[in-house]
Design a protein around this ligand. Structure first.
Ligand SMILES: Nc1ncnc2c1ncn2[C@@H]1O[C@H](COP(=O)(O)OP(=O)(O)O)[C@@H](O)[C@H]1O
Ligand SMILES: [Mg+2]
Length: 313
């Protein structure tokens, strides 16, 4: 019996399943996102099951892509792995079995740091930033774009600190990168304005927004009192972009010690022209050089170039 024989109707609180000879019971709901709910799986190895109601054919295609990516194409310490899936056609619900990440999302960490600033948090930020760049660079070298990089889609395991990129539900092959899907305050301007093509660099823009959020505990749009890009208002994009950069330049001129080293990287990542943005590898290198005094390089953080392997099938 495999995952396919296990999921009864719609009672997700009381299901059990067999996977490679073991029976697992599904426990409580431990997370919810825009598309699905994630349930713990009791026992070992530590797994979770994500339950996603499928509403459209397009959504089913996207989910199938997520499964393919996380099970077959991506194999990296900073990227979530999935093991098996089952599509319940009667209830139009997809179930995906993933490794369990023992930790909380980066968003929750940022909320905690906002209320209790500490030196540990300061060092952790640099470690987290480096690991995100490392995972993202690997993804890009494998020919994929995440398209929804944000603190909610990054989980952090502690002791030792270890990042996992999750939620590949909107991911695409980098050579077929289209559409405006993603999250408002992390979306690159080219998603709404065809002046520049969409490439994997949409993730690099999101990385710039994420780093700002990580170091300032608020989004760049909130901090600069600027509205996020909007597909209904594409003509406003140059003006919004100009205001964001005015704001960044003013912050750089202030030279506040906690943020002065990260701001030039954020400004470079938030370049209007996708080709001018630093790659994940360049961002990683920048962070490594500038973090020496703040957060010495951790040994569990692989150098991005060490993990550029062939695509795994
Ligand atoms: N492998 C995992 N281990 C532990 N918690 C997880 C895991 N995957 C997701 N979660 C939790 O579930 C939430 C929603 O998961 P996500 O994959 O982002 O769903 P959605 O596609 O609906 O946004 C996450 O923010 C996180 O809190
Ligand atoms: Mg999500």
């Amino acid at each position: 019996m495999r995952l396919a024989s296990l999921i009864p109707e719609d009672d997700s609180d009381h299901i059990s399943f067999r996977h490679y000879g073991h029976t697992y019971c599904v426990g409580e709901c431990i997370g919810k996102g825009g598309f699905g709910s994630v349930f713990s799986v009791l026992g070992k190895p530590q797994l979770v099951i994500k339950k996603i109601p499928i509403k459209t054919k397009r959504q089913l295609t996207l989910i199938q892509q997520e499964i393919e990516l996380t099970r077959m194409h991506l194999d990296h310490p900073f990227i979530i792995r999935s093991f098996e899936e089952y599509y319940d056609t009667d209830n139009q619900t997809m179930y995906i079995l993933y490794e369990r990440i023992q930790g909380i999302t980066l968003n929750t960490h940022i909320e905690q740091w906002a209320s209790e600033p500490s030196d540990t948090a300061r060092a952790s930020r640099w470690h987290i930033a480096r690991q995100v760049c490392c995972g993202m660079h690997y993804l890009h070298t494998q020919g994929f774009t995440h398209r929804d990089i944000k603190p909610h889609n990054i989980m952090i395991q502690e002791h030792p600190l270890h990042v996992k990129l999750i939620d590949f539900g909107l991911s695409q092959r980098s050579d077929a990168n289209t559409g405006s899907s993603g999250s408002k305050t992390y979306n690159a301007p080219e998603k709404f304005d065809a002046k520049y093509p969409q490439t994997h660099a949409v993730d690099l823009w999101s990385l710039g927004c994420l780093l700002f959020h990580l170091f300032f505990c608020t989004t760049i749009f909130a901090h600069s009192k600027t509205k996020a890009f909007d597909k209904k208002n594409a003509p406003a994009i140059p003006n919004i972009y100009h205001r964001l950069h005015q704001h960044l330049n003013a912050l750089i001129a202030e030279s506040e010690p906690n943020t002065s080293q990260i701001l030039p990287l954020i400004r470079a990542l938030l370049h209007r022209d996708p080709e001018q943005r630093p790659s994940g590898h360049e961002a990683y290198e920048y962070l490594t050089v500038h973090a020496q005094d703040i957060a010495p390089v951790d040994h569990d953080c692989l150098h991005p170039s060490q993990s550029d392997g062939d695509t795994k099938h």
